[in-house]
Design a protein around this ligand. Structure first.
Ligand SMILES: CC(C)(COP(=O)(O)OP(=O)(O)OC[C@H]1O[C@@H](n2cnc3c(N)ncnc32)[C@H](O)[C@@H]1OP(=O)(O)O)[C@@H](O)C(=O)NCCC(=O)NCCS
Length: 171
């Protein structure tokens, strides 16, 4: 991708990030239900940091770090990592615009959060819907270790609880 830049997300990026998220939602139903306030969905209280992937000024990808307690199956993740909950940081809201996929942008965003001082030595963790889709393949290809899986704490509009899988970053 020409001129790909990964930068800390600035408030001025939020409108363009929501535009990218809208395209992702329309293609993949991620997030499953379009939030009433997408900017609030991208700026939860648990936020530690956020980054965007920019191509010619267009937001083509996004990732955040959040407090570890915000990750599904947080207690099992902390136990497996051998750290208290505050010793975890969650990778969250990872998405890449449909037209920019398959070029390693998600991998580059994940590398960035692995390297960031924002994590302050915390072990990285995440949860993902256990659907054997591109996200699960991405994390496993990058060596993330599955710790557990089980019903998510949230429900779909039809009232079912999807299975969510929880992973730890090996690095
Ligand atoms: C999951 C997601 C973030 C992956 O983004 P991406 O930028 O396309 O990811 P990558 O480019 O790193 O990898 C995607 C594929 O491209 C391939 N690829 C990566 N770099 C490549 C390159 N330079 N040349 C050719 N193929 C490449 C990868 O092998 C991978 O193939 P696979 O799906 O068969 O395993 C994206 O599909 C997405 O936004 N999905 C919807 C939102 C979502 O589910 N988010 C996760 C929430 S937990």
């Amino acid at each position: 991708m020409p001129d790909l830049l990964i930068a800390p997300r600035h408030p001025a990026h939020l409108d363009r990030t929501v535009e990218a998220l809208r395209l992702v939602h329309e293609k993949d139903r991620y997030p499953l239900v379009w939030p009433d306030d997408p900017k609030a969905w991208l700026t939860p209280d648990s936020t530690l940091g956020a980054w965007v992937a920019l191509s010619d000024g267009v937001v083509v990808g996004h990732v955040m770090l959040v407090e570890g307690g915000a990750v599904e199956h947080a207690d099992q993740l902390a136990e497996a990592a051998g750290v208290p909950l505050v010793g975890l940081a969650g990778v969250s809201r990872l998405f890449v615009a449909p037209a920019a996929r398959g070029m390693g942008i998600a991998s580059a965003l994940l590398e960035r959060v692995e390297d960031t001082p924002t994590r302050r030595g915390r072990r990285l963790a995440l949860d993902v819907v256990d659907d054997d889709g591109p996200a699960v393949r991405l994390y496993e290809r990058l060596g993330w270790t599955r710790v557990t899986q089980g019903p998510a704490t949230w429900t779909t509009p039809s009232g079912t609880r999807p299975t969510s899988a929880a992973y730890l970053c090996p690095r």
